[in-house]
Ligand binder design. Structure first.
Ligand code: SAM
Ligand code: SF4
Length: 338
C-alpha cells in the first residue's frame, strides 16, 4: 500500500483525522428488503436526482486528488444499476495510475454471477457480500423476497473470478444467532472472511429492532470458548476489529458501533446517490456536492470539501435505548451504504 503523504490539499478534519476512504452509494434502490435495513414499502429517490455516471466519476476524481486512497461502491444494491460495472471501470483507471490503492464493492450478490468477471477485469479484487443466513427459509424471511440460491451462485462466481470474498452477517437475536458458528466454519472451508455486524438504528423499518439486537461482545465471548481467536492489529479506520480464528484459518471481524465506539480513528466520509456528502453515519449533517459540481465545477466542490472537514463530528451518537422505538437517524443505511 502506498504511503499516505499529507499535503495542504489532503482532507484533514477538525480533530486531526485524515480522510483516506470514501464510500459511494450508487443507488438507494435494492432488489431485496432486509428487515433490519428497509421497510417493505420504500420511497426511493427520483431517477432525475441521482448522479450520472460521469458526475460520480468526477467526484471520485476530486476525492482522489484530495488524498482518498480507497473507495467502496455500495448502496442500496449497487448492481441493480446496470451501468455500475462501467463506473467501476471509470474509477478503476486510478488503480492503474497509482492514485488509488483499492476499489471494492458491497453487494447482496443477487446479480454477482452476471458481473463478477467484469468487476474483476475492471480492477476489483475484493467483494463484501451480505449473507445473513444459509438456511433458505431464514434467508427469505430476513430479505423478504430473496432466493438464497441466487446469492450463493453470485458468491461462487466471485470466487471463480478470483475475487476475495468477505461475508457480512448482521447478527439478529432469535433469527440467525445459532448460525454464527456454522457460518464461520463455512467461511473457513471456502476461504472467505466473516464480519458480524450489530444492527444500527438507522431508518424506519416495519420490525422492532430491539427484539433483534444482539450485542457482539457476548457473541465474541462464546466464540472464544470454542475457538482460538488471535487479535489482529489491522485497522480499517472503521468500527471493525479483527481476529484470526486459528482452527479455521478464517478472519473474523466484529462491527460493534453500539457496544464500542471507535470514532477516534475514523478515516471516512460517504456520498449518497444524489451527491450529498455525509461526514458521519451517525449524524444527519450533510452538504450538497451535486449542486456544487453542477453550478461551480471542481473549485466549488473543493470548497465544500473544506467545509465538510470543519463539520465532521467527533463521534456518532446513536444507541439503541430499550424504550425508544424511533430510529436514532431517520435516514436508512441504504442511503449512505453503510
Ligand atoms: N445491498 C448491499 C448489501 O446488502 O451488501 C450493500 C448495501 S447494505 C446497506 C451494506 C451493509 O449494511 C450490508 O452488509 C447490510 O447488512 C448492512 N446493513 C443495512 N442496514 C443495517 C442496519 N440497520 N444495521 C446494521 N447493518 C446494516
Ligand atoms: Fe438491500 Fe443491502 Fe439493505 Fe438488504 S442490506 S435491503 S440487500 S441494501
Amino acid at each position: 500500500m502506498a504511503e499516505t503523504l499529507t499535503t495542504p490539499r489532503t482532507l484533514v478534519d477538525g480533530f486531526g483525522r485524515t480522510i483516506s476512504y470514501l464510500r459511494i452509494s450508487v443507488t438507494d434502490r435494492c432488489d431485496l428488503r432486509c428487515r433490519y435495513c428497509m421497510a417493505e414499502n420504500m420511497t426511493f429517490l427520483p431517477r432525475s436526482e441521482v448522479l450520472s455516471l460521469e458526475e460520480t466519476s468526477e467526484l471520485a476524481d476530486i476525492f482522489i486528488e484530495r488524498g482518498v486512497r480507497k473507495i467502496r461502491l455500495t448502496g442500496g444494491e449497487p448492481l441493480v444499476r446496470s451501468d455500475a460495472p462501467k463506473l467501476v471501470r471509470m474509477i478503476g483507471r486510478h488503480l492503474v495510475g497509482g492514485g488509488l490503492d483499492e476499489l471494492t464493492i458491497t453487494t447482496n450478490a443477487t446479480r454477482l454471477a452476471r458481473y463478477a468477471d467484469e468487476l474483476a477485469d475492471a480492477g476489483i479484487r475484493r467483494v463484501n457480500v451480505s449473507l445473513d443466513s444459509r438456511d433458505p427459509e431464514t434467508f427469505r424471511y430476513v430479505t423478504r423476497w430473496g432466493e438464497l440460491e441466487k446469492t450463493l451462485q453470485g458468491i461462487e462466481a466471485a470466487k471463480c473470478a478470483g475475487l476475495s470474498v468477505k461475508i457480512n452477517m448482521v447478527a439478529l437475536k432469535g433469527l440467525n444467532d445459532a448460525e454464527i458458528v456454522p457460518m464461520l466454519r463455512w467461511c473457513g472451508d471456502e476461504g472467505f472472511d466473516l464480519t458480524l455486524i450489530e444492527t444500527m438504528p438507522l431508518g424506519q423499518i416495519d420490525d422492532d429492532r430491539h427484539n433483534r439486537y444482539l450485542p457482539l461482545d457476548r457473541v465474541k465471548e462464546k466464540l472464544a470458548d470454542r475457538f482460538t481467536l488471535i487479535p489482529l492489529t489491522e485497522r480499517t479506520g472503521g468500527p471493525a476489529r479483527y481476529w484470526k480464528v486459528a482452527e479455521l484459518g478464517a478472519k473474523l471481524g466484529l462491527i460493534t458501533p453500539l457496544t464500542n465506539n471507535f470514532c477516534a480513528g475514523c478515516n471516512r466520509v460517504r456520498i449518497t446517490a444524489s451527491g450529498k456528502i455525509y461526514m458521519c453515519l451517525g449524524h444527519d449533517d450533510h452538504l450538497d456536492l451535486k449542486t456544487a459540481l453542477r453550478t461551480g465545477g471542481r473549485a466549488a466542490v473543493d470548497d465544500l470539501l473544506d467545509r465538510a472537514m470543519v463539520l465532521k463530528p467527533e463521534r456518532h451518537n446513536f444507541e439503541i435505548l430499550p424504550d425508544d422505538t424511533a430510529p436514532a437517524i431517520e435516514r436508512h443505511m441504504s442511503v449512505t451504504g453503510g
